[in-house]
Write a protein that binds this ligand. Sequence first.
Ligand SMILES: Nc1ncnc2c1ncn2[C@@H]1O[C@H](COP(=O)(O)OP(=O)(O)OP(=O)(O)O)[C@@H](O)[C@H]1O
Ligand SMILES: [Mg+2]
Length: 368
Amino acid sequence: MPNDDQNRPTLCILHLEDSLNDHALVLREFQRSGEAVTLQRVESLGEFENALKTAYFDVILADYRLPGFTALDAWQLMNHNKIRRPFILLSGAIGESAAVKAIQMGISDYLPKDDLSKIRHITQRAIEMHRILIAKETADTELAHSERQLASFAEHLQMTIENERAAIAREIHDDIGGSLAAIRFDLSWIERHTVDKATLDHVQTATDMLHHAVQASQRIMMNLRPAILDQGLAAAIQWLANNFSKRSGIETLVQAQLPTEQLSRTIQLTAYRTAQEALTNVSKYAQCSLVKIELTGDDRFVTLEITDNGCGMNDSNLALTTGFGIKGLKERAKTIGGWVDVSSKVGFGTSITLSIPIPDGQVTTEEH
Ligand SMILES: Nc1ncnc2c1ncn2[C@@H]1O[C@H](COP(=O)(O)OP(=O)(O)OP(=O)(O)O)[C@@H](O)[C@H]1O
Ligand SMILES: [Mg+2]
């Protein structure tokens, strides 16, 4: 059978030790275990720092008490230089409080000098644990970075969507709204200048259709860019609830206690879109008879809760859905430092809660 040890690269160890004897014992223990090692001994903080800066070591073994300093000073020096290596205390008895302090400071391991037979095992374990720790930290950093990127992408996307919606709403208003107004003008001109019954009937039908088209374009504009927000979030939510109730026949109660006119446009829009999506979900899935919308808060925190008494859902509904509604709400809330909670139980309705902390100085309208 091939011997793995033969393929193992030489282990480079820095040994902080003032006793030549103890150093020799450690070296002998490694040789006995068959480990290929280079063991460099240093005994002052200056030598220690110098060695770390000039060569790479897989692991550091350190006696606890050295002339004028302890291994903890060496550990701090290493951290100060932003050098990270597995660091094992290899020492005589060090006392409980020193051991606790060493663990708190993050030192990898401790091996009493009279237990040297474990040195190879402890060293390998410390190197492996250190490798895992560094890999985890790297993965955490990368994850945090991509989460930040995702959040800023979501924010950018939301802004683009809202700007695009506002632009379409403006075009409907200027183009279609302008044309409809002109048609209305012409229809009333015809009405005033004819007595022909058939013509008047057609004018009436056209006027009804026109009325319908005006209402439809106002509704579309309102969905695209809720101008009602200019009257404050509470008024906008009330308007949304009234419309929802009229269309769905579901009783919808709104309770709003909020100085909403002080909120930034972004916060208002986020809350409004959250209520809009929650109500759309209610009409699609909840099969309920009552919806309650509660808007509360002060100048530091806003909460919006939309609760229905419908069929509810379980975790798998959210996990398996290909929909982006609730995921989108969560991402959107994150972009303004808030969050969305979904609480539901099959047969007992669903609650969507948006919570937004308001940063200092963010209490006035900031953009449109
Ligand atoms: N009020 C509710 N009552 C019961 N089930 C709900 C309710 N709201 C959401 N759900 C369930 O949660 C799932 C996810 O909702 P979500 O809004 O994320 O996606 P969607 O509505 O299916 O799609 P999209 O919003 O992208 O059009 C829904 O498919 C539905 O099963
Ligand atoms: Mg949805």
